[in-house]
Design a protein around this ligand. Structure first.
Ligand SMILES: NC(=O)c1ccc[n+]([C@@H]2O[C@H](COP(=O)([O-])OP(=O)(O)OC[C@H]3O[C@@H](n4cnc5c(N)ncnc54)[C@H](OP(=O)(O)O)[C@@H]3O)[C@@H](O)[C@H]2O)c1
Length: 278
């Protein structure tokens, strides 16, 4: 049975032009939700409803852009029932070689970008005493790996922020969920920048080359983003959301478990061995 637009739940998805955000937007659209998709590359070339729903240009690193997105989305489609914060960037490089600008770019998108989106959607949900916010963390929100220091720090910040947030907004009927994906074939190599200093430091050359090769290999052989999108729809239909959901391969679940139970020095040695070997 087809629902009227006004009967459908409204879902905002940031970072919906590629990878996991696009897969999530398509899955919710297929499932009959009114999806409002945001990304910087949505520059207004299409006005109708596509496979990822309706597109509105959005830069989560800009206060004005997020405000403009929220105002336009609400005026066109009504208040959001669900927010999915997926926009993210990655800058690969040894921690010592990051410029502060590179760290800021990752933080501003991956952490502050989620905060901006949450603060834009939450007032509507709080007023209606109903809403769900799904924030993209990562396995890297639970543990660190070499050459992803800036990203790992931003995802750990998202984890901490959302845990506090969940405790605050539960009395208002708003549920928060952290999604912690392992490697998925998002297919957007162009977003995986390297820090400008990464290849300059001879001491780090082997570590950097081998780590980035391993990261690329794991992602190329990762899970299907569309399966993740469908899984998110199924999770959203549950009566209650878990605070955290890790969607990863058995070996990545094992890494998370070992991170919890092993002494930090031992775990670091195992992980470094895996990535440094290439
Ligand atoms: N792929 C994986 O294996 C994996 C694993 C764990 C977690 N994750 C998380 O999943 C999310 C998506 O990752 P992905 O691999 O699918 O990445 P992706 O394919 O590189 O997609 C990133 C998306 O974010 C958008 N974006 C980047 N900066 C933005 C900004 N300032 N404002 C608005 N949109 C912005 C990009 O669109 P525009 O360039 O058009 O703005 C694009 O749509 C990220 O949060 C990532 O950390 C991914």
């Amino acid at each position: 049975m087809t629902q009227n637009r006004k009967d459908r739940q409204v879902v905002w998805v940031s970072g919906a032009s590629s990878g996991l955000g696009l897969a999530a937007a398509k899955a919710f659209h297929r499932a009959g939700y009114t999806v409002v998709s945001g990304a910087r590359s949505f520059t207004g070339e299409r006005t109708g409803e596509g496979e990822e729903g309706f597109r509105i240009c959005l830069d989560v690193s800009s206060d004005e852009s997020v405000k403009g997105f929220a105002e336009e989305a609400v005026s066109l489609f009504g208040e959001p029932d669900i927010l999915i914060c997926c926009a993210g960037v990655l800058v690969l490089g040894p921690c010592e070689t990051y410029s502060m600008q590179e760290i800021s770019r990752v933080t501003d998108t991956d952490y502050y970008g989620q905060v901006r989106m949450i603060q834009a959607a939450l007032p509507f949900m709080r007023r209606r005493r109903k809403g769900r916010i799904l924030c993209f963390s990562s396995i890297n929100g639970l543990l660190g790996i070499p050459c992803q220091g800036a990203y790992t720090a931003a995802k750990h910040a998202v984890e901490g922020f959302c845990e506090s947030l969940a405790q605050e907004v539960r009395p208002f009927g708003v549920e928060i969920m952290l999604i912690e994906p392992g490697d998925h074939r998002s297919g957007s190599e162009r977003y995986r920048a390297h820090s400008t200093g990464a290849e300059r430091e001879e001491d780090y050359r082997r570590i950097f080359e081998n780590s980035t090769r391993t990261i690329a290999h794991d992602e190329t052989n990762g899970s299907d983003p569309d399966r993740l999108g469908d899984k998110l729809v199924r999770i959203m239909r549950r009566k209650r959301l878990p605070l955290r959901k890790c969607i990863a391969s058995p070996s990545q679940h094992l890494a998370v478990f070992l991170h919890r139970v092993l002494p930090g020095r031992v775990f670091s040695k195992i992980i470094a061995g895996y990535y440094h070997a290439g």
